[in-house]
Ligand binder design. Sequence first.
Ligand SMILES: [Zn+2]
Ligand SMILES: [Zn+2]
Length: 275
Amino acid sequence: MITDLHVHLRPDDPGATAADHFTDENAERYQEVAAERGVGFLGVSEHVHRFAQALDVWDHPFWRQNAVDDLDEYCSFVGEREAIALGIEADFVPGREDRMANLLEGHDFDYVIGSVHFLGGAAVDMPGEWDVWRGGEPERVWRRYFETLGEAARSGLFDVLAHPDLVKVWGAGRPAPDGDLRRFYDLAMDGIAESDVAIEVSTAGLRKPVGEIYPARPFLEMCVEAGRPVALSSDAHTPNDLAFRYDDALELLDAVGIDALAVFDRRSRRLEPIG
Ligand SMILES: [Zn+2]
Ligand SMILES: [Zn+2]
């Protein structure tokens, strides 16, 4: 079975409203395209920062700009659709673990995808005023990113770790550290090995300046070595990006010896053979 469980029902721009995108017509379009492309397990995972309830967790100015929708409405909209699993993409905000746990426990998610998009108040993958790279020194940014990723795994808040080496998103567009990158991956690996989290293999990086799957093969090999299962997703924000370039992803999975994918029901995980 092929999966796509890191999926957004709308683009990231604030003008893409819930009213326009959390509709039967839009959800059915996603289901149709997923079926056409052989996706046997489809789930959606809206960004937590789009929901007013997220401001109880964190009040970053970017979240304050975006937190307008109602989380309960999203959960009941998706919850009523048999063919779509209910997920959420939640940031790991160090120091706010209890608050995030409260938000997550209050809803019937099938799974929670954990992301590191911010280091303190600075954004890893967002140009503009919060861009971590406006003064970020690559060795330091990469260290901090992977240390935070390891903490996210260890927090136990998440079923899946999203786009695990997101820090590479800009490719040659930002400074990058030299040499063997495994010295950074190592910083996350204790937390990952001691957790029960699944590792996302995401084709979203192929649509970004870096032009690579997340994570890099050596990182994925380290996670597999540590016994972690894999969740396969596209991070689509439109129906057309569902299962984006999965041939590349399946080739990578085969090369590292992964023959089954994680799927979730009410936060319990099972593995489905890729077949
Ligand atoms: Zn993300
Ligand atoms: Zn996403």
